[in-house]
Design a protein around this ligand. Structure first.
Ligand SMILES: C[S@@+](CC[C@H](N)C(=O)[O-])C[C@H]1O[C@@H](n2cnc3c(N)ncnc32)[C@H](O)[C@@H]1O
Length: 468
């Protein structure tokens, strides 16, 4: 039986069946030629083929497809009819429309008309955490608030969820607690799977930093088998867990002063079976972080982790030093650098032939810690992430291409910032370990994300070694 969409038109069920191995390539060809139907999702079929949704409103479809697929001679393709699931975007749009209808109907019972103003409060976006849906501040009008108790179950039915929560702003109380309240349901713990790691936390008390994804992936590619790592701002374990689960750190000391985050962190360690390799220090890291034990220290706090720099320096092994990963928000200025100008001093070891920026007082020295070099850049995937993929928006300062350069006009600012951080860290190390002096090199600068207009979240990797 034919299905019909909201405008009474028969639902499009035209699909292109192609061999699995060409699926992605042909999908791109179809998208480029405006033949791909974005409202439906592609699907693998049993016989080693994939079904790609195509538009049914195109004239001379077969001809257009064979023009679009440049592999036409090699690929055996055919057009068939098959119902495919709706794309996520389409589902959200249609759920929003259903919410509007349900709420309009509800208000009618109270002789209230759904005005444009009331409609504008109905959320168009939401996050899903299992059976919990989280809205940004929405349905704020008193009319909605008055009927909340009756409305939330209706909305839950439309969105096929059991619990609803609403976000407010992030509290500036040092814990960065989200101001979330539960609108439907009591239990506010959720579970989130990210890069194969399970995280659980209370949405009313902690937040999940999904914006750090490129950095979490980079950390996951480190090789820390023989290392002791300190995570100074562990939160619920966004970096602690990748260090343990993927980078296989020998031991992680995780510091966290928010009791709710520390509780979630402990649960997450157990959930992922790595609790025996992690010591949680609950309290202010400046007071309880262990000293002289670390090969690597993570300082994941923005806008600035400077209050923890001395603690991090004291945590590094006195005799051999280690690496600091320092996060910060950097204000960017307009770039004056031309595309081919090669004046960067903060570099990725891989692409600079082992010549990292050296701000020490001796002659330039190659970093000779092989393991460190591998950790930073030489693993193939890590290199792709660090050195040029525009897709990941993670750009090594030295090997930016013209394409990424335009996107990252802030790199001069990152370079200045990383130089300043490096100088300050060397000053701290020299002071706390006087009379021994230290050498500090910028190994790499990672752009994590654009935090706000003209503000970038950046991580600088500093190699800190005592001069023997
Ligand atoms: C925004 S979270 C960052 C978590 C994670 N590193 C990330 O980047 O996604 C910062 C965490 O550091 C904790 N924190 C801030 N200052 C601290 C301190 N002096 N000692 C221990 N924890 C601290 C906060 O409670 C919070 O959970």
């Amino acid at each position: 039986m034919a299905a019909f969409n909201e405008s009474g038109r028969e639902e499009n069920n035209l699909v292109l069946s192609v061999p699995n191995k060409y699926g992605q390539q042909i999908k791109k060809c179809l998208q480029r030629s405006c033949l791909y139907d974005p409202d439906r999702r592609s699907k693998s079929s049993e016989n080693g083929r994939v079904l790609l949704p195509i538009l049914d409103t195109v004239q001379d479809l077969e001809q257009r497809i064979s023009e679009a697929i440049s592999l036409e001679n090699k690929v055996d393709w055919n057009i068939v009819r098959q119902v495919l699931p709706s794309s996520k975007k389409k589902q959200v749009v249609s759920q929003y429309q259903q919410m509007v209808s349900v709420l309009e109907e509800f208000l009618r019972r109270y002789d209230v008309v759904l005005t444009d103003n009331l409609k504008s409060c109905i959320p168009k976006h939401w996050e899903r955490h299992g059976d919990l849906v989280m809205f940004d501040a929405s349905l704020q009008d008193p009319v909605w608030k008055q009927h909340g108790e009756e409305i939330w179950p209706l909305i839950a039915k439309v969105l096929s969820c059991k619990r609803i929560a609403q976000k407010g702003s992030i509290a500036s109380n040092g814990y960065r607690t989200p101001q979330v309240c539960m609108l439907l349901g009591q239990d506010s713990w959720v579970e989130h799977v990210d890069n194969g790691i399970r995280y659980t936390y209370d949405v009313t008390k902690c937040m999940f930093s999904s914006g750090n994804v490129t950095e979490k992936l980079r950390v996951s590619r480190f090789h820390c088998e023989s290392e002791t790592v300190v995570d100074l701002y562990a939160g619920i374990g966004y970096f602690t867990l990748p260090y343990l689960v993927h980078a296989k750190a020998h031991l992680v000391h995780a510091c966290e002063w928010n009791p709710d985050a520390a509780e979630a962190l402990k649960r997450n360690l157990r959930l992922n079976g790595v609790e025996d390799r992690c010591v949680v220090h609950h309290g202010d890291n400046r007071e309880l972080c262990p000293k002289d034990i670390a090969d690597r220290v993570n300082l994941g706090l923005i806008p600035s982790s400077e209050p923890g720099w001395e603690t991090a320096c004291r945590a590094l092994k006195k005799c051999s030093g280690g690496v600091l990963h320092i996060h910060g928000n950097v204000e960017t200025k307009k770039s004056t650098t031309k595309p081919n100008e090669n004046s960067h001093s903060a570099q990725c070891i891989e692409c600079s032939d082992g010549k990292p920026e050296n701000n020490d007082r001796d002659s330039p020295k190659k970093v000779n810690d092989k393991n460190l070099v591998r950790n930073m850049c030489s693993n193939n995937e890590a290199t792709a992430l660090n050195c040029s993929t525009e897709k990941n928006n993670a750009t090594c300062l030295n090997c930016t291409t013209k394409r990424t350069l335009n996107k990252n006009s802030g790199r001069e600012s990152w370079k200045d910032w990383s130089g300043e951080v490096s100088t300050k860290i060397r000053g701290i190390l020299d002071r706390i370990h006087a009379p021994r002096q230290w050498r500090v090199n910028v190994l790499h600068v990672e752009h994590v994300k654009s935090y706000a207009p003209h503000v970038d979240h950046v991580v600088v990797d500093l190699d800190c070694r005592p001069i023997l």
